[in-house]
Write a protein of this length. Sequence first.
Length: 189
Amino acid sequence: MAFTETQEQILDAAMQIIVRDGLEETSMRAVAEEAEVSLGLLGYHFEGKENLIVSAFQRAASRLMEITQELLDAAGDDPQARIQAGLRSFFDDELSDVDHLQIWLAMWAVARTNEDVALAEQDLYERHAEVLRDAIRRSDTSLPEEIVRQRTTDVIALQNGLWLNWTRWGNYESLERGLALCESIALGR
């Protein structure tokens, strides 16, 4: 999803407020002030707080998938390298800090009560899962699709836990051990 420069400025401000003050304090007025735009201009670009939050989540999800694609492109056609790239994209320095942890936790909470955010979250999950399923399929073309799906689900569950641990504690040794386990599950070793 492409955003204009003004929308990017507004979404940056919204993210800063979510991180600094929490989701409850993220109001249209506060975002307008933080972005240094009028409330009217903010309303022109985003219909309301809900639309702003959904757009912020979509932007964060798009950035994650851009990073994933960059790493996949660098990995080339080697299935194992593509599995590693898909797994490691979550741990890019841009996305693995406490601020991003707060943003994702807020978005996950909103997804429980907001259908648009829930759909955006589901879309991100499916896009990421397809990247891993494709790499797992390529690593062993004889695998039944059900096994590919099971391995993908298991890897994503472990990857999510690793990401939470990594953003909270920054234990590199634990991260590497966990990523090696993810690769092992994906490759069936």
